[in-house]
Design a protein around this ligand. Structure first.
Ligand code: UD1
Length: 362
């Protein structure tokens, strides 16, 4: 059974890895990695393949950056040709990036079965490109693998038939469990002059936060204020870097000795910092889940989240530029809430998916 795993952007690579390795152990499965090339930099793509012991992608579409329509269109055109030639039995798409929706559209129209891993998540905010990608993908995919009960409920409310929905758990936690020893033996944290639990870790890349000069300026002021109380480590995403440079904000961040700026990190190096941090300030999706699993406070600088269990059960809170400093103070003074780990966030999601494929196709 030929199974295409579609990988495109940084948050996808850690999701396909546990699945690729689990499928690789099955005699009936022939997993094939298709990299769309949406992310192409060494430290946005290649280092993740290395970290997770993934081989070079079997197929590379090399689409690169572009507007939403350009990126989506290029993936559809390139991937349609691949499907016609390779005739996969199943296409697995993950997450919510442009390539997720594009590959799904191309495959479904050629009658190839598509499974969406991380289905059913909804922010109910259609100004986010990811929300559009999630809606499109879930509306047309054949198999919907959800991470948590809210995913099932969202899909049922949208009229998706119950027999398409399978709750398998959170694949990001499989990646974390799989890499735990490597993360703990990584030395990046030790090489920085900070104590365990003595620094805040920042990641920001959402267009709503970093594409508007006014918002970005406000966020930089906040980082400078927090850095007056606690060191900040900030690996900077390419989109954010471009905007920080364009608006000259990079200079003020660089001038603050308590802010350590660095290039985007590999999975192992980033998670080594997460493990040792006091809290995260982020607008990422996956980081909200990883911190909930680890019990580390997470302040999410967004008006909504498609991952509500990280708030109701976990250590995540939404915040705004008006209250984030106050919330960081609460964390530092030990007043912040404690969380629990949601059900099926246990490192066994890839195994459940393999069983699910066997049940459906054999
Ligand atoms: C994309 C995803 C987002 C995900 C994020 C993780 C969509 C709509 N967005 O957003 O959901 O959370 O990836 O990083 O699919 N760039 C580089 N090198 C790279 C990749 C990008 O320099 O390897 C530059 C691009 O030229 C572009 C900017 O970074 O200017 C943004 O890249 P893009 O892939 O368009 O979107 P992301 O913001 O990364």
């Amino acid at each position: 059974m030929v199974i295409h795993l579609i990988a495109a952007a940084r948050p996808n690579f850690m999701k396909i890895a546990p699945l690729y390795h689990a499928l690789g152990k099955e005699a009936w499965a022939h997993p094939v990695i298709v990299h769309t090339g949406q992310h192409y930099d060494l430290n946005m793509s290649d280092v993740f393949f290395r970290d997770f012991g993934l081989p070079e992608p079997d197929i590379h579409l090399n689409v690169g950056s572009g507007t939403h329509a350009e990126q989506t269109g290029k993936v559809m055109i390139a991937y349609e040709k691949v499907i016609m030639k390779e005739k996969p039995d199943l296409v697995i798409v993950v997450g919510d990036v442009n390539s997720t929706a594009a590959a799904t559209l191309a495959a479904v129209k050629l009658g190839v079965k598509v499974a969406h891993l991380e289905a059913g998540l909804r922010s109910f905010d259609r100004t986010m490109p990811e929300e559009i990608n999630r809606l499109v993908t879930d509306a047309i995919a054949d198999i919907l693998w959800t991470p948590s009960p809210d995913g099932d409920e969202n899909l049922l409310k949208e009229g998706v038939s119950k027999d398409k929905i399978h709750r398998v758990g959170n694949i990001m936690i499989d990646s974390l469990v799989m890499m735990k020893d490597r993360i703990e033996s990584e030395t990046l944290f030790e090489s920085l002059n900070v104590s365990k639990g003595g620094f805040g870790l920042v990641t920001l890349h959402r267009p709503a936060n970093v594409d508007h000069p006014e918002n970005l300026k406000k966020i930089c002021e906040i980082l400078l204020n927090i850095a007056a109380k606690l060191p900040i480590v900030f690996p900077v995403h390419p989109r954010t870097l471009k905007n920080l440079e364009k608006t000259k904000q990079m200079d003020s961040l660089q001038a603050e000795p308590n802010i350590m700026l660095m290039e985007p990190l590999s999975y192992v190096r980033f998670m080594n910092l997460v493990f040792n941090s006091k809290f995260l300030l982020t607008d990422s999706g996956g980081v909200q889940e990883e911190t909930t699993y680890l019990g580390i406070p997470c302040l999410t600088l967004r008006p909504n989240t498609e991952r509500p269990v990280t708030i109701t059960q976990g250590t995540n809170s939404l915040c705004t530029t008006d209250d984030v400093e106050m919330m960081a103070d609460e964390i530092v003074s030990g007043k912040y809430k404690k969380g629990t780990v949601p059900e099926l966030w246990d490192g066994q999601t890839a195994a459940r998916i393999v069983k699910n494929i066997v049940a459906m196709f054999h």
